[in-house]
Design a protein around this ligand. Structure first.
Ligand code: SF4
Length: 472
């Protein structure tokens, strides 16, 4: 397969045209993604709106600027995300209602985006389009979120970061999980799979349940499963209808830490492979030449935006990437992260994988030792989704004019002179024309000095440990 091109600008910014927003639009055009869009095309911009209290997700201004560019091209953009599986008993994006509330709190609204924000797979997550993928390495079908399947063009605007299951959360995962309906996610997660599903491969330890009397929150053990597969029977024993398990992972954080069900590493390995298959499914539905990718490698947390927190980034901002190849763009980001120094205090340093050359996501993001940060990439290469052999094309900044405030292009005098004459912000008539009451001269240098502190520079006080708020 020929080398794919990945268009790249680094993360340094010191001017209008080198702002990260400007760079995103610049690489979008340089990669030819603008050429995909014809007048009146409905264009889906797939983002991750961030879980409740996550803070590393992409700022909505990037989606806004992209939507504005698509409108300039005559397209009709909408920004979208999809319902999640119930990854925890308290997920915030599992229905359309919940994802809209979470997205709004995180800043993704029609008002901020200048176009609609929609949940692409319906109220529960069963609005989808089934597609055969005979080329798939593991999956043979995918269920693509309806609004994405119905779009003329799809732009995956991805926050590139780590992921506890996918190891990396890049372009492949944005579509291989994020563009699948809830039904599609259960498929990718290996629900019902005879070897890789949780029901088949998970190890059940009923003896780890010590009875209701010794388990104050025992009801959670039954309530964490939306398919009602865990039961405490009349003998005070826990039972699991594992043959019906959908691998929705709703019990992941409940049963795992208690040692009742061991989550099998093989499930995670299989999902990493299936992500690439499902991404191919999306391209087949929308059109192989109608899907473009932008990776914003910024705030590179080891955890995905689907976590309800965000850790210290493991590497500095890497830059802005664009391509028509999901495999190549993720490979380029992984390589950049690998070349980079890790950030002090991050999980990369804790895991002693902060040196250039270290596989940082495998060390700092993966759940299990042995998971690979290139499994989805290799699968995508194998099945013809894209190529891990790429050419990195450095893109020069565009003209500053293009990225200035668009609503009034006039310079300051024509914009403000008459207004300032009417509403004068500087009181020329006070203090002999100096305007304000101030000392004429002070010792500015004195305020710039570092002084020895009387203690070692800080005071430590002990406070009583705060109790977390009651989840109920
Ligand atoms: S038992 Fe299976 S279906 Fe039930 S919460 Fe766990 S993963 Fe989901």
């Amino acid at each position: 397969m020929a080398k794919s091109k990945v268009y790249f600008m680094d993360a340094h910014s010191e001017s209008t045209e080198t702002s990260l927003v400007a760079k995103m639009v610049t690489v979008f055009d340089a990669a030819g993604l603008d050429k995909m869009i014809k007048p009146n095309d409905v264009v889906a911009i797939k983002i991750h709106c961030g879980e409740w209290n996550n803070t590393a997700y992409l700022r909505p201004v990037y989606a806004r600027a992209l939507a504005d560019r698509i409108k300039e091209l005559g397209g009709r953009p909408f920004v979208c995300d999809t319902t999640t599986s119930t990854y925890s008993p308290w997920g915030s994006r599992s229905t359309e209602l919940d994802i809209l509330l979470t997205a709004e709190r995180n800043g993704y609204t029609s008002a901020t985006l200048g176009c609609p924000f929609i949940c692409a797979d319906g109220f529960i997550g069963t609005s989808d389009f089934r597609v055969d993928i005979p080329e798939g390495y593991l999956l043979k079908e995918a269920y693509v979120a309806q609004a994405i399947a119905a779009a003329d063009v799809l732009i995956a605007l991805t926050h590139f970061k780590g992921h506890s299951m996918g190891v990396i959360g890049g372009a492949l995962k944005n579509l291989g999980i994020g563009a699948q309906s809830k039904r599609g996610k259960l498929n990718v997660h290996m629900g019902g799979h005879p070897n890789y599903g949780l029901g088949a491969a998970g190890v059940f330890h009923p003896e780890a349940f010590k009875g209701k009397a010794n388990t104050p929150d025992w009801e959670l053990l039954e309530d964490c499963c939306p398919f009602n597969l865990y039961h405490i029977n009349d003998n005070d024993e826990i039972e699991w209808e594992r043959e019906k398990c959908t691998t929705c992972l709703g019990c992941f954080g409940v049963m795992g830490p208690r040692g009742i069900v061991d989550i099998p590493p093989v499930n995670f390995d299989a999902v990493d492979v299936a992500i690439a298959d499902a991404c191919l499914g999306v391209e087949k539905v929308v059109g192989r030449d109608k899907v473009g990718y932008i990776n914003m490698a910024l705030d590179i947390s080891p955890r995905c935006d689907c976590a309800n927190h965000a850790d210290v980034p493991i590497v500095p901002h890497l830059g802005v990437f664009a391509s028509t190849d999901a495999v190549a763009i993720d490979m380029a980001c992984v390589n950049k992260a690998r070349e980079s120094e890790g950030i002090p205090g991050s999980a990369a340093e804790v895991m002693e994988a902060h040196h250039p050359g270290d596989a940082k996501f495998e060390a700092a993001a993966a759940t299990f030792h042995g998971q690979s940060e290139v499994a989805s990439i290799n699968t995508g290469h194998e099945i013809g989704l894209g190529s891990r052999d790429y050419e990195l094309v450095n893109v020069e900044p565009g003209p500053a004019d293009r990225f200035r405030f668009p609503y009034d292009k006039r310079t300051s005098r024509p914009r403000f002179m008459e207004r300032f004459e009417k509403f004068q912000p500087f009181p020329y008539d006070r203090h002999d024309g100096k305007g304000f009451a101030r000392n004429d001269e002070v010792d500015l240098e004195a305020m710039k000095r570092h002084y020895e502190l009387s203690t070692n520079g800080h005071v430590e006080v002990e406070i009583e440990e705060l109790q977390p708020a009651d989840d109920n």
